[in-house]
Ligand binder design. Structure first.
Ligand code: SAM
Ligand code: MG7
Length: 856
């Protein structure tokens, strides 16, 4: 299946210094969205997330994610079986917000604040009576438990329950638990921006809103939809506001009158708060007091509803970061930066677009958080963006501020502009332009998690604030470690530990000995490694290793694929492992003994990974959960044995929970090693990349230069391509082979154990796919990822060698990669497509396409 949605969002032109404008690099920015929530939840089955932190289970799998963990208690009533959260609700959870503020989960539990409290409480009481007895027992237990908070210092009652950001349903829903100053601030915010946000959202959903039949909130045909829209928008922004407020953000209120004057004295219309549901309409309108009086800028809104085609221009962006330091938006720097006439000159005539465009300038006055009502399509920006408003004008003016433009681009598009060395002798880009290709990019971007950095923190709440800061990564890690230690005595026999101990893993030295052999006649596949062999489609997959010291022609070269087939020169000390069953060959290296460096550290298994662990738990919490589970009469799940690399490292637990999103056929015998777990491409993304290749170059021969455990190679093969899969690590090739067997595509993948850097010049193919190591999961801790210096091998050298094979290259890079550096790979006058990959609305990775693979 292809991605849920694919959009071209912007076109960025990068102009080279000292070169004509024809040499500018065109960079298409696109987004691919995938949804594999079902696979994620499948991986959580058997894990009681009510007891643990969801981030431990990989929804936020990166080691250094900005989205910090949310407290256990915030999902105290959420168990995997019933966790049917939509993405928005989940985002709320991740932000530490009550799930009720998100999407469908919200709708089920709609509770307007303030004036609706009483009404709501009555409803709640009624609801409560009919609630599952699980709630009762859990509540009971929760009342008794005093040591469940992860930080160990506070009880649920004292430390968790009170905070709306960290509570379970009860605490979260009680609006009185929201600090009054927050509510006041929110009301002011909503009064000021609510109408703009509402209208902008409406306009985005409806190409050209038809106003002849009346305002959408009055028109009988749209009334209901408007109500829903209102509801969704209100609560979405409420959640956003609460989150950013917790992060220390404040917003500066501006005088409405002043705004209106600035907004060209736009005719006023009144927004009537529409019915949201039969029960809540009146109270909602009261809740959002003041919205009735907000003036709607229809004229401005109409302007905004036109397709966006906006150019941001920035000049001399050699060092946007250093410029950012002088940004006049910085409250500490009151003096505006004078861009100067030279910059203005440089800006003229560099639109280079086929479509009409509006240049965007940064008005200093707008830096000071002065949104212009209805004038600006940023009207719906979340609080963090209010600090840097952009005002449209038809000419660049002296007040344009390149650093803000860069910041805007990265805020909206989530792209990183670094100062890293450029490829191919390009010194730097003298200026750049950016044109949106999609309407409502900014609005849509708000609903995506792009790991935006949070800057400009202010003290917002009083010291007595009950809003608890989100849990830190350190705590999270400590917790994980602790769990690993504490749970060693809870080992469950069902987990086949004995088997784990006895059976060497793929990353275990015993297992490896079979492949890192010097005797070429030795068996390549570890015949005694049942772990590795079990569940493969063909039980007789043992093969022989054959030594080669000459040019080896791969079996596929004799197939009917003509000149496109591989002819590879292999290192002279290479050993090929041939599988008689499939005719596949594998190479092993006599010099390599990775086994020495790999050990099983410990066999402690966290209790929460034991699907049926509750049988061993005598505490009342477990009993309560147990009771609930029994009530649900769900069939008992088969206990799955934990792979040793997971069992030995509690940090890998999160990847285990994600196993089906990595390989949907995981249970059929998929095997990974430690590196494989954290670096394999999630199946949906790999499938999408493969489909793109299939569409552009059907039947291509693809070199997967760093194939790892085969995540991409398998998808290329499934899409009908012939794959030459290279990896330096023989263990990876073992695993890739095993996994390819599971998917029934082993015969379409040639596995070569070699250093890609050494054999690249001898490979022939139509497409090269590059997914090199990024230096481990810590790649996220870099503000901007530099593909030259942070990758090993050097990302530029990898690319240069690949260019010798073909111009059709796919580079799979971290989401925080310096886009200008990546774009420079295209060379002067070249083109590149940078595709952001979103998994469940969260930016995961970027895929960069070159040559014929760019979607025009
Ligand atoms: C990130 S993993 C690839 C993951 C793969 N795309 C997947 O989905 O399974 C990178 C792989 O590159 C391999 N590697 C590292 N240096 C290499 C080199 N010089 N040549 C070939 N492979 C290399 C590592 O052994 C590792 O398996
Ligand atoms: C450390 N890591 C994560 N991913 C990929 O990024 C996603 C989000 O973290 C992971 O799911 C994985 O696909 C990696 N891909 C490559 N090619 N190399 C890596 O070192 C790597």
């Amino acid at each position: 299946m292809l991605c849920v949605e694919w959009n071209q969002v912007a076109e960025m032109c990068l102009y080279l210094d000292d070169m004509s404008d024809d040499s500018r690099i065109l960079c298409l920015c696109s987004r691919a969205f995938f949804n594999d929530r079902d696979l994620y939840y499948l991986g959580l089955k058997g894990i009681d997330i009510s007891k643990r932190n969801l981030t431990d289970y990989g929804e936020d799998e990166d080691e250094d994610d900005e989205q910090e963990a949310f407290e256990v208690s915030s999902v105290s009533e959420v168990t995997v079986e019933e966790a049917e959260l939509d993405s928005e609700a989940e985002l709320m959870l991740q932000m530490g917000l009550p799930v009720q503020f998100g999407g469908s989960a919200f709708e089920k539990n709609f509770v307007p604040p303030e004036t609706c409290v009483k009404q709501h409480k009555i409803r709640k009481k009624k609801k409560k009576k009919t609630k599952c007895s699980k709630d009762k027992s859990i509540k009971e237990v929760m009342d008794n438990i005093t040591d469940v908070c992860e930080d160990g210092s506070e009880s649920i009652r004292d430390g968790c329950e009170d905070s709306p950001a960290t509570t379970g349903e009860e605490g979260a829903l009680d609006p009185t638990s929201v600090e009054p100053s927050f509510q006041e601030n929110w009301d002011r915010y909503w009064n000021q921006y609510g109408q703009g946000i509402l209208w902008q959202g409406w306009v985005t959903k409806h190409e050209e809103p038809e106003l002849s039949g009346g305002e959408p909130w009055n028109c009988p045909t749209t009334k209901e939809e408007w109500a829903e829209h209102y509801n969704e928008t209100y609560w979405h922004y409420y959640g956003q506001f609460q989150y950013w407020a917790q992060q220390g953000w404040t917003f500066d209120e501006v005088s409405e009158c002043k705004d209106l004057e600035e907004a060209d004295k736009i005719p006023n219309h009144t927004v009537h708060v529409p019915p949201t549901s039969t029960e809540s309409i009146d109270c909602l309108s009261d809740c959002v007091n003041g919205v009735k009086n907000i003036n709607l800028d229809l004229k401005g809104m109409e302007r905004d509803s036109k397709p966006l085609s906006v150019i941001y221009e920035s000049h001399q962006m050699q060092n946007p970061e250093s410029l950012e330091a002088q940004c006049p938006c910085d409250p500490d720097q009151s003096e505006p930066r004078d861009v100067g006439s030279a910059d203005r000159d440089a800006s003229s005539g560099h639109t280079h677009t086929s479509q009409p465009a509006v240049k965007v300038s940064r008005n200093n006055s707008s830096c000071g958080q002065t949104p212009v009502n209805g004038e600006d399509d940023d009207e719906d920006e979340p609080p963090e963006c209010r600090q840097a408003k952009i005002k449209r004008s038809h000419e660049l003016d002296a007040e344009e501020n390149p650093c803000q433009v860069a910041a805007e681009v990265s805020t909206v598009l989530g792209l990183k502009h670094g100062t890293g060395q450029k490829y191919g002798g390009i010194s730097h880009f003298k200026h750049r332009t950016l044109r949106y290709l999609e309407k409502g990019v900014k609005h849509r971007s708000h609903f995506l998690d792009m790991h935006r950095p949070v800057k400009n923190r202010h003290i917002f709440f009083s010291e007595g604030s009950e809003v608890k800061p989100l849990k830190s990564k350190t705590v999270n890690k400590k917790f994980l470690k602790g769990v690993g230690e504490a749970s060693s005595d809870l080992l469950n026999e069902d987990l086949s530990l004995q088997k784990v101990e006895e059976s060497p893993s793929s990353s275990d030295s015993e297992g490896l000995d079979h492949c890192s052999i010097s005797d070429p006649s030795a068996q390549c596949r570890p015949s005694d490694n049942k772990e590795l062999l079990e569940n493969t489609e063909d039980p007789d997959v043992e093969g022989e290793c054959v030594s080669h010291d000459q040019i080896i022609t791969s079996p596929s070269e004799t197939t009917d694929s003509g000149s496109r087939r591989l002819g590879s020169l292999l290192p002279s000390n290479a050993i090929w492992c041939s599988d008689p069953a499939t005719g596949m060959e594998q190479e092993s290296d006599a010099d390599t003994n990775l086994a020495d460096t790999r050990q099983l550290v410990s066999l402690e298994i966290p209790d929460y990974l034991q699907a049926e662990a509750e049988e061993n738990c005598n505490d009342s919490f477990s009993k309560a959960v147990d009771n609930c589970k029994k009530k649900r009469k769900k069939p008992k799940k088969k206990v799955q044995s934990l792979p040793p690399e997971i069992a030995s490292d509690p940090h890998l637990a999160k990847y285990w929970a994600q196993r089906y999103r990595l390989f949907s056929r995981f249970d059929e015998g998929i095997k990974l090693d430690e590196e494989g777990w954290f670096s394999v491409t999630p199946e949906k993304i790999a499938e999408h990349i493969a489909q793109r290749v299939r569409q552009c170059i059907p039947g291509a021969v693809v070199v997967d230069a760093f194939c790892g455990v085969g995540g991409n190679a398998i998808q290329f093969a499934l899409a009908g391509m012939h794959v030459i899969a290279v990896d330096i690590d023989p263990v990876k090739l073992e695993l890739a082979y095993n996994n390819a067997m599971v998917y029934g595509v082993a015969d379409r993948i040639e596995l070569i154990r070699a250093d890609f850097m050494g054999i690249a010049c001898d490979l022939k193919a139509d497409v090269v796919f590059l997914s090199p190591p990024w230096g481990g999961p810590d790649y996220v801790s870099a503000e901007t990822f530099d593909i030259k210096t942070m990758m090993s091998p050097d990302g530029f050298e990898i690319f240069q060698l690949s260019q010798q094979i073909t111009k059709n290259i796919i580079y799979f890079v971290p989401r925080n990669t310096d886009v200008e550096q990546v774009a420079s790979l295209a060379g002067p006058g070249g083109q590149v497509e940078i595709e952001q990959n979103f998994l469940n609305k969260k930016l995961k990775t970027m895929t960069v396409y070159f040559g014929d693979l760019i979607r025009k």
